[in-house]
Write a protein that binds this ligand. Structure first.
Ligand code: ADP
Ligand code: AMP
Length: 216
């Protein structure tokens, strides 16, 4: 299974990716996670990416695409993968299509997580991430009173780009650059919308139902 999750920042892509990838035994590839690992590791890629991430803008395509090409070439991605956060604009989608054609494969499905903007803002405002295992939490919905990850005991942090100002910019960037992917993949006839409102488990259930016809 080769699948992509799309949806606005805060829709729950990372949260659902954890469960879907594990249910399907495929690697979850999040470009945001790879960039953040490079930022915290102080690499040249991280230094470059941080500038764009802090503003809520997209990291330039050539940098992002080279990074995805390397990741998709790794052994664990040969039999399937779940992409979270890539592609993020139509040029990236076109290059992904070409890249996969070179590998002799195609995308099976693009799941769009559909949720309204008020809910997205609420979700982003309370998002916390584990610095050790990367698990995603929410201060209200998970009733997190401390800053400790219940899964591994690591400390939780708030992402720099979840500040109100940056969130506003990221939502604009989504509308301008990422939302056109919905039409792009609808035209390719591989787009499936999933209602992403309601509890996490319910959304996972709907996503797995949408994927059922594609599971061999
Ligand atoms: P994305 O990867 O699309 O930016 P995340 O998966 O990081 O979104 O989710 C954003 C925030 O919303 C996180 O704090 C997460 O815990 C919370 N969240 C995700 N899905 C739901 C849900 N169905 N209901 C309530 N909160 C959710
Ligand atoms: P995310 O974790 O998906 O919310 O991404 C966080 C930030 O990383 C984005 O706001 C961008 O600055 C950068 N980023 C992630 N994925 C991409 C991508 N496919 N193209 C360009 N920038 C990206």
């Amino acid at each position: 299974m080769r699948l992509v999750l799309v949806g606005p920042p805060g829709a729950g892509k990372g949260t659902q990716a954890q469960y879907i990838a594990s249910n399907l035994s495929i690697p979850k590839i999040s470009t945001g996670d790879i960039f953040r690992a490079n930022v915290s590791g102080g690499t040249e890629l991280g230094k470059l990416a941080k500038e764009y991430m802090d503003r809520g803008d997209l990291v330039p395509d050539e940098v992002t695409i080279a990074m995805v090409r390397d990741r998709l070439s790794e052994d664990d991605a040969q039999d399937g993968f779940l992409l979270d956060g890539f592609p993020r604009n139509v040029p990236q989608a076109e290059i992904l299509k070409k890249m996969l054609a070179e590998f002799g494969v195609v995308l099976d499905i693009v799941l769009e997580l559909v949720v309204d903007e008020d809910e997205v803002v609420r979700r982003l405002a309370g998002r916390r991430t584990c610095s050790q295992c990367g698990r995603i939490w929410h201060v209200d919905f998970d009733d997190k009173k401390d800053d400790i990850c219940d899964a591994c005991g690591g400390s939780l942090y708030q992402r720099d780009d979840d500040k109100e100002e940056t969130v506003r910019r990221r939502l604009e960037v989504y509308q301008e650059q990422t939302a056109p992917l919905i039409t792009f993949y609808a035209d390719e006839e591989i787009l499936v919308g999933v209602d992403a409102a309601g509890p996490v488990e319910e959304v996972t259930h709907r996503a797995m139902e949408a994927l059922a016809p594609y599971i061999g």
